[in-house]
Design a binder for this molecule. Structure first.
Ligand code: 13P
Ligand code: SF4
Length: 317
């Protein structure tokens, strides 16, 4: 086996994981090879639940920084490693602490529900965290007359607002991958494949959500393709999820929804795709880069995340 080949890295990763009592948690947007070597693959909610309950000493997070930070907040005694420190998130970056503090002051007396795609600093300012798997249930867990701030994703926020009719003011943040899907290109594909079902992540803009046959988090979209009787899907979320869809139902057809013309030109998250097998190997070897969260921020951010997990447990999510 050639040193430096992917077979070499994979066998070394397997050996080092046992030696160091480490686990790899991978998000569905990772490349197929990474999903296949991970100990656990899931959406943001499932990954948080797994980070909070495992016996490893080291968590390697094959995902982006806010996910690794959430793992550290939930498992402060463990070493949490992110194989590339530049694996950020445009949505989390769209909500900076000083601006958000000002927004809270301008909208006083509201319960702050924060989408998990946010920095630890912002989480520390919130009352309850949600993910795209449980956002509706989290909002509905509050009294019907509750006044809510929802941040940072305006598309998920508007989707939840339409579903619940609650009193919500919504932060104007977006994800650069999900806001770029082109309605025209999706409709052209639908014309070409009239039997295809359009399945959409709630981070997508309203025109794309309006043509959806089904809207849901990554795990909900995956479940839909498993249970549905159809055979062909136009998938409007990051294309990495198609790896698990193909594993579940290899005979079905999955077409990644294309982005618009004036875009980054792909339906891939450039931050998620910074993680590679080689970087996972390097990070397991050197135990760097480690994700650390300021102790004060960590303690404050624990409360809203735990509140989410309690509500999720109640609804069996
Ligand atoms: P999920 O929680 O649906 O996996 O979404 C995470 C994410 O980053 C979406 O862009
Ligand atoms: Fe962030 Fe968007 Fe990438 Fe998800 S797909 S990690 S929201 S930039």
């Amino acid at each position: 086996m050639n040193k430096g080949s992917s077979e070499y890295y994979i066998s070394e990763i397997k050996r080092l994981k046992v030696e160091k009592n480490a686990i790899i948690l991978a998000h569905y947007y990772q490349t197929g090879d990474i999903q296949d070597i991970a100990d656990f693959v899931g959406d943001s909610l499932a990954l948080s639940q797994k980070a909070a309950s495992n016996n490893a000493d080291i968590i390697i997070f094959a995902g982006v920084r806010f996910m690794a930070e959430t793992a550290k907040i939930l498992a402060p005694g463990k070493k949490v490693l992110l194989p590339d420190v530049n694996a950020g998130c445009s949505l989390a970056d769209s909500c900076k602490a000083p601006d958000f503090e000002k927004f809270i002051k301008e909208n006083p007396g509201r319960t702050i529900i924060l989408y998990v795609n946010s920095t630890a600093e912002i989480k520390a300012l919130s009352d309850i965290i949600c993910t795209s798997s449980n956002a509706i249930q989290i909002v509905e867990s509050l009294p019907p007359d509750a006044k809510i701030i929802f941040a940072p994703d305006r598309n998920l926020g508007n989707y939840v607002l339409n579903k619940t009719g609650r009193d919500m003011v919504i932060w104007n943040g977006t994800c650069h991958v999900h806001e770029e899907f082109s309605l025209e290109a999706i409709l052209r594909l639908k014309n070409e494949y009239p039997d295809a079902k359009i399945i959409v992540h709630p981070e997508c803009e309203l025109p794309v959500r309006m043509v959806a046959d089904y809207i849901g988090s990554t795990s909900a979209l995956l479940q839909f393709t498993k249970n549905d009787k159809g055979n062909c899907y136009i998938v409007a979320t990051e294309a990495g999820i198609i790896h698990q869809m193909k594993k579940g139902n290899p005979d079905k057809t999955y077409i990644p929804a294309p982005p618009g013309d004036s875009t980054c030109g792909c339906s891939e998250c450039n931050f998620m795709k910074l993680i590679t097998i080689e970087k996972i190997y390097n990070c397991l070897t050197s135990e760097k880069p480690e994700i650390l969260v300021d102790q004060n921020v960590l303690l404050k951010a624990q409360k809203p995340i735990r509140r989410m997990m309690e509500i999720s447990e109640k609804y069996d999510l």
